[in-house]
Design a protein around this ligand. Structure first.
Ligand code: PGA
Length: 243
């Protein structure tokens, strides 16, 4: 694990956007693993600006997203498909047919997970996977557990996650209680992983991810075993540890 300390969250996002631009310029048909939540929003803004400025071309890129809420159609404003469309896909010259998010409207979990796994197998490992970090240590929606899930799974969101994500919904009761998420094994098979963490409220969990034991109780701790994982964090997020 390599840790990059930045002066600000904006600088972290600029570093990540720059790495994605460089990858796509070197490999125009790159496969990008994308994340949602508050953390990556400025990364997507920067990529959209770069695309509009002619600095990067996404026309041959394929993207796979980590997760989707169960029950939310892509037209729902809080679905992750809607998030990706509005924050990135509608602002860049990507072929929308090449952008993939789990199908939150498939009520049969087994079917939904199998369909996403088949797609992920067909596309192959992402060249770069972006990750945020949940306050409970989750990556994607892989919540603390007694084991690491290999492939796409239907998970019950923890109370911590529901509390953290209710800010995006009208009320807490509107937050879906389950999600489909890419498995830890699939994430670990990505070629390069960039984890963006910002703010003092993530400092304690980030310390556990970087320095604690590798345990499914802190899902992000598995990243210690990835051969090319970079944590890009501001000083506040690293304030619980000496780096
Ligand atoms: P956040 O979520 O970026 O909204 O803090 C991170 C995550 O849950 O992975």
């Amino acid at each position: 694990m390599k840790v990059i300390v930045t002066n600000s969250y904006d600088e972290s996002c600029a570093v990540v956007a720059g790495m994605i631009r460089d990858l796509v310029n070197a490999k125009p048909n790159a496969k990008l693993g994308l994340a949602t939540g508050g953390t990556p929003v400025p990364i997507y803004q920067k990529l959209a600006q770069m695309n509009q400025a002619g600095e990067v071309d996404f026309s041959q890129v394929h993207t796979v997203n980590l997760d989707e809420y169960c029950g939310l159609p892509g037209t729902h404003e809080q679905s992750y498909r809607y998030f990706m469309n509005t924050h990135l896909f509608h602002k860049i010259n990507i072929n929308h047919a090449n952008t993939y998010v789990p199908n939150g409207t498939e009520p049969d979990a087994e079917k939904a997970c199998q369909a996403y796994n088949e797609l992920l197998h067909k596309i192959g490992p992402a060249d770069i996977q972006i990750l945020g970090l949940g306050h409970d240590g989750h990556i994607g929606f892989n919540e603390p557990s007694d084991h690491f899930e290999n492939e796409t799974d239907c998970v019950d969101l923890t109370e911590t996650t529901i509390q953290a994500n209710k800010r995006f919904f009208d009320s807490e009761k509107d937050v879906p209680k389950q999600a489909y998420t890419m498995g830890i094994g699939t994430i670990m098979r990505c070629r390069k992983i960039l984890v963006v963490v910002s703010g003092k409220d993530k400092a304690e969990i980030l310390k556990q991810v970087i320095q604690g034991p590798v345990t499914p109780e802190v899902p992000g701790s598995i990243l210690q075993f990835h051969p090319d994982c970079m944590i890009i964090a501001d000083e506040a997020a690293l304030s619980e540890m000496a780096v």
